[in-house]
Design a protein around this ligand. Structure first.
Ligand SMILES: [Cu+2]
Length: 92
């Protein structure tokens, strides 16, 4: 029983932590591309912060605590901005 309680509490602690999503993006070539993608993510309600790195072609999205953004929405946001997604990695 005690073990189950501890397990339940640690699950709550993990889910309460905000998620970080890193997407690899193809097609970005300049600062305008970076700004465009950042703007698109800032319009999403679940997004707390977004950072685009042109050199590494990575878009890092910090999701608000208690909220989520699934792969389909991440992909849609990038594709609608005019770019292609080659991979998505999540961490907490
Ligand atoms: Cu550009």
């Amino acid at each position: 029983m005690r073990t189950m309680l501890i397990a339940a509490f640690s699950l709550i602690a993990v889910s309460a932590q905000a998620e970080t999503i890193v997407a690899n993006v193809n097609g970005m070539v300049c600062a305008m591309c970076v700004t465009g993608i950042e703007k698109s993510f800032r319009k999403q309600a679940a997004v707390d912060a977004v950072k685009v790195d042109l050199a590494t072609k990575k878009v890092t999205v910090q999701v608000k605590s208690g909220q989520s953004m699934d792969d389909a929405l991440v992909t849609k946001t990038i594709v609608n901005a005019g770019y292609a997604v080659t991979g998505i990695v999540r961490s907490r």
